[in-house]
Structure formats: C-alpha cells, structure tokens
Design a protein around this ligand. Structure first.
Ligand code: GDD
Ligand code: MG
Length: 328
C-alpha cells in the first residue's frame, strides 16, 4: 500500500522556527520528524510514499534521498499554492488511484497499529476510515462522533470546547478508497476537514472511524514540539532509532559542554556549544546553537546557529536560526 503524507502547510504556529524549514523537518530526538513517520510506515510494510509538498518544498530534497536509501519508493507532488488538505490529495491522484491508500498528516508523531486500522476498514467495507485518538482538549482538533459500529456521525473541525460532543479527535491518519478522489474537485483549494469529510457524512457515505490508544502528538506548536522531544527521551514515545542517552539527554556529534554546565532532558543537536555554568532543561537545541556562560534555558527551542548570551534566562522561547537572545 501507498501512503500520502501531507507536508505542505506553512507551520504558522511554529514560527520563527518554520521561517526557514517546514515543521516536518524539525528534529525529534535529533532526527527529522518526518523520518519518524517513515519508521512507522516501514514497520507496517508500507514502502511507497507520496510526499505532498508546497511551502519550502526544496527543503525536503535530502530527506527524500535518505528515504530512498532506507528502501522507500518516494514520489513528490508540489502545489505552487497550497491546495488544502483534500486538494493536495487530489493533486496526487496519479499516484493514489491504484488501490486503497493511507493519508497521514505529516506533523503527527505517533505509534498506531496500522494493521488493526486496515482490518477495521476492510471489515466494514468502508470508503474512508479515520483514525481517532482521545485528547484532553478536543477544541483544537477535528472532533469526530461515531455510533457503536464506528460509523461517523459528524466531523466538526475545531469546535468551541463546550460544543465538542466527544473527546475523540481526528488523529490525522486516514485510509481511503480511490473512489474518494472523484469527490474532490481538481485544481481547487479543498479541505478534508471542512469539506470532504462533512460532505461524506451528509451523503451517508461509508465513512468509519476507529480509536487507537498508542502514543500520539501533533507537533504543531512550540509547546507540543518540545513535549514530543521529551516524550522521545523518556521513552513515552517509543523511538526505535534513538541514540544512547547520556544522563537523560541526547548529545549530537561534535558537541562541546563546559565545566559545571547542567543538562536535564535536552536534545542537543550536532555542533552545539554549551558554555561553563549554563543550565539547560527540557529543551531542544538545533545544530550549531550556542549557549553562553551562565545562561539558563527552560522549555526552549534554540534555532540553528542561534546564540543565548551570557547569563540570559529564557523560558518557553523559540529562538530563530542565527539570532541572538541577550540578557533578559
Ligand atoms: N500539501 C499540503 N497542502 N499539505 C497541507 C496543506 C496544503 O494545502 N495544508 C495543511 N497541510 C499539511 C500540514 O503541513 C500538516 O502536516 C497537515 O497537513 C495538517 O495540517 P495542520 O495545519 O497541522 O492542521 P491542524 O493540526 O490544525 O489540524 C489537523 O490535524 C489535527 C490532528 O493533528 C486536522 O486534520 C484536524 O482535524 C486534526 O485533528
Ligand atoms: Mg497539525
């Protein structure tokens, strides 16, 4: 089976980190997020992927080569202007029309039993199946009520909290039959969440959903992106490709750590420098970042080759690549 991976969004909520890269390439435990999606796919024998790109598409070139090196067949589609989540799928019709296929939101870190979802889809002879996951606050996701058999009764994208009928939300993983493609207009901006799925519900189409209990995290905000990294460090997210930890942190190649610097649960990218006396906790340091002496950093993401100045204290900050944060 093939998997289409939606990777063309602007990553607005992750600015300024996404000024220079798509969010899908931000590292989780020192490897680009999207490679974790590849891990999952390959674990279930999905070996052909279609990357649906738009914003900063050329940034995926290295990843595509690495995906091929690990045995994946890779196709890339490009939208000059983003066509929306359903429009992007339609744009990949040439690769998707051959049989049942998966679609993934490319910004979700997850551990889902794809075999179980596929068995569910086939058992119900569904035209489309949506994977669901329970969350505390459904109002920031697509909320999907179902009946006892799993038939979808509604698809409500980001409702006010008090109006969400369930805490089961769209996990951003779908199994679709090729007949779905005919339901999406060509060359138009079209949303899976606002148009395609609500339309299927209204028509009484064979649309089902299945809740799963594995690890799940949308990395689309700085807080959740940091949390996903912490979960990879703690093992809550089972990262099969993770390198050995050093005192609970991940230390990339060529990292320099000064005397008396203290680290707690940090993903330290290659070539990072942490000077003497600095304290870095629960943070992600992209390659080449510099933490100067006595700086204190908590729950931050430091962009590539960014600098935190002498003695500065930063909490919950996402620092742009190549910029400097001075004493605060
Ligand atoms: N190719 C392409 N073109 N990709 C797109 C486009 C587009 O026009 N728009 C968004 N994407 C990609 C994003 O890059 C991301 O990987 C994925 O589609 C989902 O878009 P987000 O912008 O991250 O959506 P969201 O997080 O607000 O909500 C979606 O995900 C939730 C689960 O994480 C919805 O699908 C919700 O219903 C869902 O609960
Ligand atoms: Mg998202």
């Amino acid at each position: 089976m093939k998997a289409l991976i939606l990777a063309g969004g602007f990553g607005t909520r992750l600015r300024p980190l996404t000024n220079t890269r798509p969010k899908h390439l931000l590292p989780i435990a020192n490897r680009p997020h999207i490679e974790h999606v590849f891990d999952l796919l390959q674990r279930y024998g999905v070996d052909e992927i279609v990357l649906l790109t738009s914003y900063l598409a050329e940034a995926f070139d290295t990843t595509v080569e690495r995906a091929k090196d690990r045995g994946l067949i890779v196709h890339v589609t490009h939208e000059e202007e983003p066509l929306g989540t359903a429009g992007a799928i339609k744009n990949a019709e040439a690769f998707a029309s051959g049989g049942t296929f998966f679609v993934f939101n490319g910004d979700v870190l997850m551990d889902v039993d794809l075999d179980a979802v596929l068995a569910f889809h086939r058992a119900r002879d569904a035209e489309a199946t949506i994977v669901l996951t329970p969350v505390e606050d459904p109002s920031i996701y697509g909320v999907v009520p179902t009946d006892d058999t799993g038939r979808v009764l509604g698809f409500i994208e980001k409702p006010p909290r008090e109006e969400a009928p369930t805490n089961l939300i769209n996990a951003g993983i779908y199994i679709l039959e090729p007949s779905i493609l005919a339901r999406i207009p060509a060359g138009e901006v079209w949303s899976a969440e606002h148009q395609l799925f609500p339309g299927l519900v209204q028509e009484g189409a064979s649309l089902f959903a299945l809740a799963t209990g594995g690890y799940w995290m949308d990395i689309g905000t700085p807080e959740k992106y940091v949390q996903a990294n912490l979960d990879a460090l703690s093992g809550k997210y089972p990262d099969e490709g993770r390198a050995e930890l050093v005192d609970g942190s991940l230390i990339g190649a060529g990292v320099g750590i000064g005397d008396g610097a203290r680290l707690k649960s940090v993903c330290v990218g290659a070539g990072v420098t942490i000077a003497a006396g600095a304290v870095v906790e629960e943070s992600v340091l992209l390659p080449g970042a510099i933490v100067e002496a006595d700086a204190v950093i908590r729950r931050c993401v430091l962009g590539e080759a960014s600098t935190v100045g002498n003695g500065a204290t930063l909490t919950g900050v996402a620092l742009e690549d190549k910029t400097k944060a001075d004493e605060t």
